[in-house]
Design a protein around this ligand. Structure first.
Ligand code: SF4
Length: 290
């Protein structure tokens, strides 16, 4: 074997030397364990940048969490004691609750209720005095000219459908009930253009007959927020409420919820912090409140 020169021996030995090891951080620490002051400085800068990035990430995460709606509370069967306290609270709050539509007879209430669909009660009350002065009974409404009736109720919206519904319902009242508005849910809902909600309004407020609970948009929304039902179909909501509320309070109950829905528990931002029945309300589905 040929002898190698000292230089070549040094060269090959150098090639076998392990590469200079990198300065490593201790586990769980961003600080280097050794190295020159220059490398320590570089690591310190890197560490500072790292913690700034981590802080930024946390802030972003917090912002995302803040925007996310609060986890929805789950519906559980309403406790009868809580429901009783809630009813007492609502009764105290709205002792003079009554139908907001102006009427003198069951027929006038029927017509006013048909007009109130997708319209405010105030607007309907502005239209009905002149309307009832022009058309004095069911026969007059049944014989009304469609265009004239549309003109008279124009400002309540959906005037074509409403005029048709009024004329058809009144034609049925004349033909089947001698011109008198019937007094049962079955007969009322059999009239063309009259649904369950309208029939309940007429029976409860004009005849004082508790046939059901009127479920409009306010009643449906509040029944859910108050944890009284998790149903969304208005008829199912009505039946659920009828099981919870004593029959003698059915008519008033819907007035209470309508008034409370308008004054306090509005659709967009309920005023929970000022709500007098807050203590009896699980606020289901409420993510933003004042
Ligand atoms: S506490 Fe809030 S959600 Fe419940 S009824 Fe009052 S305003 Fe509505």
């Amino acid at each position: 074997m040929p002898r190698r020169s000292p230089r070549s021996r040094r060269k090959s030995a150098g090639a076998k030397l392990p590469q200079k090891s990198r300065v490593r951080s201790a586990p769980g620490s961003s600080r280097p364990t050794g190295g020159t002051s220059a490398t320590r400085g570089a690591h310190a800068k890197k560490g500072a940048r790292g913690s700034a990035a981590a802080a930024k990430k946390t802030t972003r995460k917090q912002a995302v969490l803040a925007k996310r709606p609060a986890r929805a509370k789950k519906f559980t069967a309403p406790d009868p004691v809580r429901v009783r306290a809630l009813l007492e609270g609502l009764h105290e709050l709205y002792p003079d609750a009554k139908c907001a539509l102006d009427f003198r007879t069951p027929l006038e209430l029927l017509i006013a209720t048909i007009l109130s669909a997708q319209c405010t009660d105030d607007r309907v009350n502005k239209v009905t005095p002149a309307l009832f002065a022009t058309y004095r009974d069911a026969a007059a409404f049944a014989a009304a000219d469609q265009a004239d009736l549309e003109k008279a109720i124009h400002s309540t919206g959906f005037f074509r459908n409403k005029a048709k519904a009024i004329r058809e319902a009144c034609a049925d009242i004349v033909a089947k009930h001698g011109g008198q508005v019937p007094r049962t849910l079955e007969e009322l809902t059999a009239l063309r253009g009259v649904g369950r909600k309208t029939a309940n309004v007429v029976l409860g407020n004009a005849y004082g007959i508790a046939s059901g609970i009127v479920v409009d948009t306010h009643v449906g929304r509040l029944a859910h927020r108050l944890g009284l039902t998790d149903e969304s179909d208005p008829v199912k909501v009505e039946f659920a409420l009828m099981r919870l509320v004593p029959r003698e309070s059915w008519t008033l109950f819907s007035h209470w919820l309508i008034l409370h829905g308008r004054a306090v528990c509005n659709a967009r931002k309920p005023l929970c912090s000022a709500c007098p029945v807050s203590g009896h309300c699980p606020k289901l589905g409420v993510t933003v409140s004042a």
